[in-house]
Design a protein around this ligand. Structure first.
Ligand code: ATP
Ligand code: MG
Length: 393
């Protein structure tokens, strides 16, 4: 018997001819993650990946981390045994005993992808189930409401398991293009980033820092959030743009009611330049229709009109509760609610316009002659902090 982790992949199995491309991308990410563990091996089997040769005390940790790789559907710690019915039954019994599952309601879920095996799935269900019932008097079959499922997959070997940890799903990062994510310290944009990453999009984060109006702690909070996202993406460059000069200039010279819109447009222009410089094809934000004054349909349209790259807003139709639920699940919520001020809250106008008009906003910008040069400057001189997934060891 060999102990392995059986890794199922999510949407990749729907792919046709280019499936090997996605499989390679995912395999590479798993290999990179576990590389620090001596003697560990990762290999591809028929429709699954396997991880073996690791010390048993690291099993839980490896599973948790592999489940954060986008593109992984779920992971099971499995026993790989020879494809012989006696051997399968003997090991299945030992597995149930060692995992404290020798009593209760259960069912067998057998799959035969090696069609040369002499029993088909239904027959194997019956045979293995029967043998377990003989061996353990406290077991009872309940197909509809089992306490646990004994799985048996007949592939390169026979794989037996009773547990399964669900992973994030989606597609491997790097297989679906690149987006520059406007990442603030709020609840929304980290979730938006996670959702794009889950679809395979590689991210480049852009944070607008307004020191001293926003503190070093506010910046550290964004770095910490980016670090959490890097746990899912493997790597995340965070571009920290100095926004102070632009913000003060707009605050002193722009019409008060349009201040937020003017700031958001300046951010979008800078983000687009950074996106181009870093090979991104798109921008991404954490906006939601109607959440605040700057996110009414009119405001979003006027903000987005200033750039020509497509803008992806994964949370556009989410209720706050739905976003919070994901933020809690992915581990960004507790950081996001830390009370450090954000650059938009410091400069929030008392009566922001909820129905901005593009022509009026453009007129206002035309009366701000220094703006273009400031945007140019901010977009060409910024700090880059490269974040990586923390080592598995
Ligand atoms: P979040 O929770 O993501 O901050 P929000 O609901 O607070 O979103 P706003 O603060 O109006 O909304 O910002 C809208 C979007 O603009 C954010 O989701 C984010 O993508 C971007 N954004 C806002 N402030 C910044 C910033 N300081 N740096 C980078 N991006 C920002
Ligand atoms: Mg915010």
């Amino acid at each position: 018997m060999k102990q392995v982790l059986l890794v199922r992949y999510a949407e990749i199995h729907l792919k046709g001819l280019n499936r090997p491309y996605f499989e390679r991308a995912l395999l590479h990410q798993i290999q990179k993650l576990v590389a620090p563990i001596e003697h560990i091996q990762v290999w591809k089997g028929d429709g699954r990946f396997y991880i073996g040769g690791y010390p048993p005390h690291l099993e839980q940790r490896i599973m948790t981390e592999v489940c954060k790789i986008c593109g992984v559907h779920s992971v099971s710690p499995a026993w790989a045994v020879p494809k012989d019915m006696g051997c399968i039954a003997e090991n299945a019994a030992a597995l149930l005993e060692s995992s404290g599952k020798a009593t209760g309601r259960f069912k067998v879920d057998a799959r035969r992808s090696d069609k040369r095996f002499y029993l088909n799935s239904m027959q194997l269900n019956a045979e293995l189930g029967g043998r377990m019932l003989e061996k353990f008097p406290g077991l009872r079959v309940d197909i509809h409401h089992p306490d646990f499922v004994l799985s048996c997959e007949i592939r390169e070997e026979a794989y037996l398991y009773v547990d399964r940890m669900m992973a994030v799903g989606g597609m491997p990062v790097g297989t679906a293009g690149r987006a520059a994510l406007l990442l603030s310290g709020g609840i929304d944009s980290p979730v938006a980033g996670y959702m794009l990453a889950k679809r395979g999009v590689e991210l480049e984060a852009v944070y607008f820092h307004s020191f001293p109006h926003t503190s070093e702690r506010a910046k550290q909070k964004v770095v910490d959030l980016a670090q959490v996202i890097a746990g899912y993406t493997g790597r995340l460059p965070l571009n920290v743009v100095n926004f102070t000069e632009i913000q003060e200039y707009l605050y002193e010279n722009g019409p008060d009611a349009m201040l937020t819109i003017l700031m958001r447009r300046a951010m979008m222009r800078i983000a687009q330049r950074i996106a181009r410089a870093t090979g991104c094809q798109s921008l991404a934000t954490g906006e939601t229709i109607g959440q605040v004054a700057s996110q009414t349909m009119d405001a979003l349209v006027v903000t987005n009109a200033v750039v020509d790259m497509p803008i992806f807003q994964p949370l556009i139709c989410f209720d706050k509760m739905e976003t919070v639920e994901i933020a809690k699940k992915i581990g960004t919520f507790e950081l996001s609610i830390l009370p450090y001020e954000d650059c938009c809250t410091v400069f929030t106008p008392r009566h922001p316009t909820t129905k901005p008009r593009l022509d009026r906003v453009e007129e206002a910008e035309a009366k701000l002659p220094a703006l273009n040069a400031m945007i140019e400057k901010a977009a060409s001189d910024y700090e880059i902090i490269n974040l990586y997934r923390q080592s598995i060891l």
